[in-house]
Write a protein of this length. Structure first.
Length: 461
């Protein structure tokens, strides 16, 4: 019989962190999950990875999957199609920004991002520009664990030891409050990359419109997006949006692209499309991208076994119906600003917290060294890990990120509850999280004081 917490020596599963003990979650209901000892947790991270956007245990979605499996569980999408796949493609084209009329399905977010890369590359080849292969992306980013998507991040800690397998793409710094609040430095870095590799060698600029784990709930300023649009028009590369997290209502719109001052050419979505009930992703492209194939080879790339499978697509269809029927996207858009303000108010007065940012139900909390209010915290303190462990002790599931070696990001926390979370449940989440941060802030005070004293004496910290 499973215990409430299982360590690496007690399981055959190969975990991400071998020294960490993992809660054994056995059931979920709405925004609550329960472990094998009966302890319940509020799920402020939608299943831990922002995928369970509609909460746990929804019978209507389960029934939709069951009914589809009874009719037809599987056919391969490369040689055959199915009604659920065709209907879901039509529904996505309807909710996408104008001009996004074509859809290709995948089995998840990394695969969707990889397909977006293939689509951008193939688009240029179809148009007689085979030199275009380089991709530019923000250095502080995460787009998936495949070799192609790992190439899109500039974070050496994630890429090591896979360097020999990764393509040498270029990266530019993020436009954060600490380094580049105007966005001009990022545009200058982009210009430098274009000069160095040659603008006719660049296939795409690839980014999250609003970041998730890499820089929780961060988005560049409008000046950057406007400058990016001018450079795309001048140089002919495509703009690809990774909306694996932001798509399907997370930020109060069907897609974050609706609320960003640039129209992308390709959009990848995943997590919210299956809402935690099926593994499914999709890539949407503008009609002019599709026409390059329609007027050219009239063929596209190879797919995966489960791309566009009937059961997964049936789940996606029911997810879209739920979002419409329950008015969830409007609720997230209207409720999001107040939720951000409530979280900020609950954390006010804690010097460890620099800011709360975000849109809809995708919020980020950034921590700083309370001794000066701006510096990154010493990595040795492990504040992000402390936050998540203490939150679990208080019955709350969070996801925090550690400082990165490039110095672009420090300790931060994501706050991304299911879109179905009630006001009362949001209030409980905020209360538990604020108590978590207060306790961690108090716990690190002696260590910070010791470090300050050592620095004053000129000792090695």
């Amino acid at each position: 019989m499973a215990e409430g917490l299982v360590g690496s020596d007690a399981t055959r599963v190969f975990p991400l962190e071998l020294d960490r003990r993992y809660p054994v979650v056995v059931r979920g209901d709405g925004v609550w999950v329960e472990d094998s000892t009966g302890r319940r947790y509020l799920d402020a991270m939608s299943g831990g990875s922002m995928a369970a956007t509609l909460g746990h245990g929804r019978r209507d979605i389960i029934v939709a999957a069951r009914d589809q499996a009874r009719r037809l569980s599987y056919v391969h999408g490369e040689r055959l199609t199915n009604p659920a796949r065709e209907r879901l493609a039509a529904e996505l084209a309807e909710v996408a920004p104008e001009g996004f009329g074509r859809v290709s399905f995948t089995t998840g977010g990394a695969e969707a991002n990889e397909l977006a890369l293939q689509l951008a590359r193939s688009y240029h080849v179809e148009r007689g520009e085979p030199r275009r292969w380089q991709v530019v992306s923000p250095a502080q980013a995460y787009h998936g664990p495949t070799m192609a998507t790992l190439s899109l991040t500039g974070r050496p800690g994630l890429q090591r030891p896979f360097g020999p397998y990764l393509s040498a793409h270029a990266h530019i710094p993020p436009s954060t409050w600490r380094f580049d609040p105007s966005g001009e430095a990022a545009l200058a870095a982009l210009d430098q990359v274009l000069d160095e590799v040659g603008p006719d060698a660049v296939s795409a600029y690839f980014c999250e419109p609003i970041s998730a784990a890499a820089l929780p709930a961060y988005s560049p300023p409008a000046r950057f997006w406007e400058g990016l649009a001018r450079r795309r028009e001048r140089h002919g590369f495509l703009v690809c949006f990774d909306e694996v997290v932001t798509g399907m209502g997370r930020v109060g719109h069907w897609l974050a692209a609706e609320d960003i001052p640039i129209r992308p050419d390709i959009i990848a979505i995943a997590k919210g499309l299956g809402a935690g009930y099926a593994a499914i992703g999709a890539v949407l492209c503008r009609d002019d991208v599709y026409q390059a194939f329609a007027r050219g080879s009239r063929r596209f790339t190879l797919g995966h076994t489960w791309d566009g499978a009937p059961v997964s697509c049936a789940v996606g269809l029911r997810v879209i119906d739920v979002l419409r029927e329950e008015g969830l996207i409007d609720r997230v858009r209207e409720r999001g600003p107040a939720l951000r303000d409530e979280l900020a108010a609950a954390l006010s007065g804690i010097p460890l917290v620099h800011e709360v940012r975000g849109r809809g139900f995708l919020l980020g909390v950034e921590y700083v060294d309370p001794r000066d209010g701006t510096s990154l915290l010493p990595p040795g303190l492990g504040v992000a890990g402390r936050i998540d462990r203490r939150a679990l002790e208080l019955g709350l599931i969070t996801l925090s990120t550690m400082p990165t070696r490039d110095g672009f990001a420090g300790d931060q926390t994501l706050f991304a509850p299911p879109l179905t979370t009630s006001d009362a449940e949001l209030g409980q989440m905020v209360e538990r999280f604020a108590e978590t941060v207060r306790r961690v802030a108090r716990s690190i005070e002696p260590e910070l004081e010791r470090r300050s004293a050592a620095a004053h004496r000129g000792e090695d910290q």
